[in-house]
Design a protein around this ligand. Structure first.
Ligand code: GDP
Ligand code: MG
Length: 713
């Protein structure tokens, strides 16, 4: 049997629960976030239900369909051009007035609309009662109550959508938004004029087209121009006459008057359908905000939260990390004893296990970091953080909205850079993109945990926190610099939204964490594995090395003479020396030696230099490379890498300098590709690479040389 397929688009204000409902319907796990502007691209999913193939599209959140921002254009183009069978407008019932603006605009388009009054629970708890039947009657639209995060009402919503898709009633005859007489007059006259002068069918319904022309909508004008060629001039002249007439009549631009009238219409609807209970409710969100966004205590609390985040990431994460570490050691011991000596065994132990194994143990830390970020997002705190940063961001001529992509950069720069699409001005976007990579991404976390854990043991959590803060501060400083040189001009005015606080859904938190760990594990099985194998090959070849001494003979000598206890230490030392010589004389050693002079002034030896070089592919590989270079052949001991690092020439100071360099230097391949795509400019991409690497070198130089002058080690 052939199932009928139906396309359903989900439209709605930012933060109204579209993605939550999308996930409920399709079972996919799109990112759900409690702040405006998380969904910029539209997302698709499909599902078979009630005998239909449903294709669901999650549109970006918009407040209107006036094409001011990318989201609005994406959403409107979709509704107009792809003409989905049904558009479900997800309305935040606890904020009906604001949501209805988009609703009325959708109503004006010739599409089948259905309202989902989501957040029905919040509306109730705030004492707002909505008469759904009345609303449905007033706008001639089916209305369904839903609670997205509890998956309530979703089935009725789908059934209503399917029913609507199949209904034959003519939309054009349904109730419309009515404007005042003068405007309605102009609309109908202009409509008749257009119908008389164009034989071609217009892409959209004529009433809507007419309204948009009166509102001077650039995109619609362009469409008309393309469609009708020469005739468009005639139409535009007529439009101008009417616009002038209305301007004289109202003493204001028609688009402003019409917006006002829509709001008037909405105010009328609200009066009809909403009853507020008299009971005074306590607005918890407001009270919490009094503290969290307070001018004086808000900021210290924000810093405290971030500090707690990194402290927990390090301290709590270290337990499961140890278990994983012993697991990896156990595996390599088993393989060591059971496999016969061969090149393959070496590849497996010294390449793959030393490389991938040294990174995979950081999975718990990464999970904890993402748990925190997810909690910040889902509770609504992230938006407060952006609000707090607003003042500081203004110093660099950006507003708090830019801070959201930057905060996302703590996770991964790729989605963070894509999130800059929510910024209206192109200048602001490029500026934000350029400073976002300084927000240290989670792939760098293993490097910090390894180095800080090794060299700053007890204070590791705080050191990592300081590294991140350095990243934030440097992004602000460079932002300021760029704003006053490359991107002169003021920021676009903007009101930061503060969504109400919500208790995060456990399911959503777990989904976030699982998605991240999947990505991390995929990376381990892919790019990190390949990278490790390559690094190992470069380290293991050439095979015939002229050693400076005969290590085996030395070991035999020791075996014969020393006491048991001395023996072990001496042999380990010799083995490490042999291994160091081997690595030094390998291909990798030659590469390292060639680039080492560049890194010598920042206290990084040739091993660190190659590790940094490989980090270009993916930052995690820095740890893999260190693992292979330092700990090969002694991996069966616990904390092998740590001990090898401690007994190397690396000091706390050079470790710090290395971390600072890692924090700031060129982003990984994936990020660079994203920057290229999102800025659409090779120039900015190259600029970013050169600029970040120079800053990294300079900062590490200051740290290392400065530290040496101060007598630190
Ligand atoms: P979008 O921006 O429209 O895609 O909104 P999201 O789907 O990202 O949801 C924003 C926030 O609202 C998330 O924290 C959801 O968990 C929460 N949420 C969604 N639906 C409901 C609901 O019906 N009631 C309540 N209380 N919260 C909801
Ligand atoms: Mg969304």
């Amino acid at each position: 049997m052939h199932k009928k397929s139906i396309t359903i688009a989900l439209a709605g204000n930012p933060n109204s629960g579209k993605t939550t409902i999308f996930n409920n319907i399709t079972g996919t796990r799109q990112k759900v976030g409690n702040w405006p502007g998380v969904t910029v691209e539209k997302k698709e999913g499909s599902v078979s239900k009630y005998g239909h193939d449903l294709k669901i599209i999650d549109l970006p959140g918009t407040y209107s369909l006036t094409p001011f921002s990318i989201e609005e254009i994406v959403a409107r183009d979709f509704v107009i051009e792809e003409s989905p069978d049904v558009v479900i407008d997800i309305i935040d019932a606890s904020n009906l007035e604001r949501s209805l603006y988009l609703a009325t605009q959708l109503r004006e388009l010739d599409c089948k609309v259905l309202f989902a009054l989501n957040m029905a629970d919040l509306a109730t708890s705030r004492g707002t009662k909505i008469d759904a039947d009345k609303l449905s009657e007033l706008l001639d639209v089916p209305v369904v109550f839903t609670i997205g995060n509890k998956n309530t009402g979703i089935d009725s919503l789908l059934k209503a959508a399917i029913k609507l898709a199949g209904s034959k009633s003519k939309i054009s005859q349904k109730r419309k938004v009515k404007y005042s007489n003068d405007i309605e007059n102009s609309i109908s006259k202009l409509q008749i004029f257009i119908e008389e002068h164009i034989e071609q069918t217009l892409p959209y319904n004529t009433r809507w087209t007419t309204i948009k022309l009166l509102e001077n909508d650039k995109i619609v004008r362009e469409h008309i121009r393309q469609k009708t060629g020469n005739k468009s001039l005639k139409i535009f002249r007529e439009v101008e006459t009417h616009r002038k007439h209305l301007l004289d009549r109202f003493d204001d631009d028609p688009e402003i008057v019409m917006t006002d009238e829509r709001y008037g219409f909405i105010a009328g609807i609200i009066k009809e359908v909403v009853t507020k209970s008299k009971k005074r409710r306590i607005d918890t969100s407001r009270n919490v905000d009094l503290v969290l966004t307070n001018r004086f205590v808000g900021f210290p609390i924000f810093i405290l939260f971030i500090w707690i985040m990194f402290q927990t990431t390090f301290v709590v994460g270290s337990y499961p990390m140890e278990w994983l570490d012993s697991g990896v050691n156990w595996l390599s011991t088993i393989l060591e004893t059971s496999l016969p000596d061969s090149l393959f065994k070496e590849l497996l132990l010294n390449g793959i296990i030393a490389g991938v194994g040294s990174v995979i143990i950081f999975l718990p830390n990464i999970l904890i970091l993402f748990l925190f970020i997810a909690i910040f997002e889902d509770t609504g705190y992230m938006a407060r953080a952006a609000f707090l940063m607003d003042k500081i961001m203004h110093l660099i001529g950006l507003h708090g909205k830019s801070f959201i992509p930057m905060l996302m950069g703590f996770g991964c720069s790729v989605p963070a850079i894509m999130a800059t699409r929510t910024l209206e001005s192109n200048k602001d976007r490029i500026l934000t993109i350029l400073i976002t990579p300084f927000m240290s991404c989670s792939a760098k976390l293993p490097i910090y945990i390894l180095l800080a854990g090794t060299f700053f043991s007890a204070r590791a959590g705080t050191v990592i926190f300081l590294i991140y803060i350095t990243g934030i501060i440097l992004s602000i400083i460079t932002g300021r610099l760029f704003r006053s040189t490359l991107f002169k001009g003021a920021d676009a005015p903007f009101v930061m939204e503060l969504p109400p606080y919500r208790v995060p859904m456990i399911k959503s938190l777990i989904i976030h964490m699982w998605d991240r760990s999947k990505m991390f594990l995929k990376k381990m099985g892919g790019i990190i594995l390949v990278g490790s194998v390559i690094v190992w090959m470069l380290t293991a070849f050439p095979r015939n090395i002229n050693y400076s001494m005969d290590y085996n003979e030395e070991i035999n000598k020791i075996n014969a003479s020393f006491t048991e206890k001395q023996k072990k230490a001496a042999i380990t030392k010799l083995k490490l020396a042999e291994q160091a010589e081997k690595a030094e004389k390998s291909f990798m050693g030659s590469i390292g030696k060639a680039i080492a002079p560049v890194f010598a002034p920042i206290g990084v030896d040739w091993r660190g230099s190659v590790a940094l070089l490989t980090g270009f592919v993916a930052k995690e590989i820095v740890v893999s490379t260190l693992g292979i270079l330092y700990a090969a052949e002694v991996t069966d001991e616990p904390d092998a890498l740590k001990n090898a690092l401690l007994s190397s020439e690396m000091t706390s100071l050079s470790a710090l300098s290395l971390m600072i360099f890692v924090l700031l230097y060129l982003p990984c391949v994936a990020t660079i590709a994203t920057i290229r795509r999102e800025t659409g400019s090779l120039k900015w991409t190259l600029f970013c690479i050169v600029y970040s690497t120079s800053i990294a070198w300079a900062a590490a130089f200051c740290v290392y040389q400065g530290g040496k002058i101060l007598g630190l080690t």
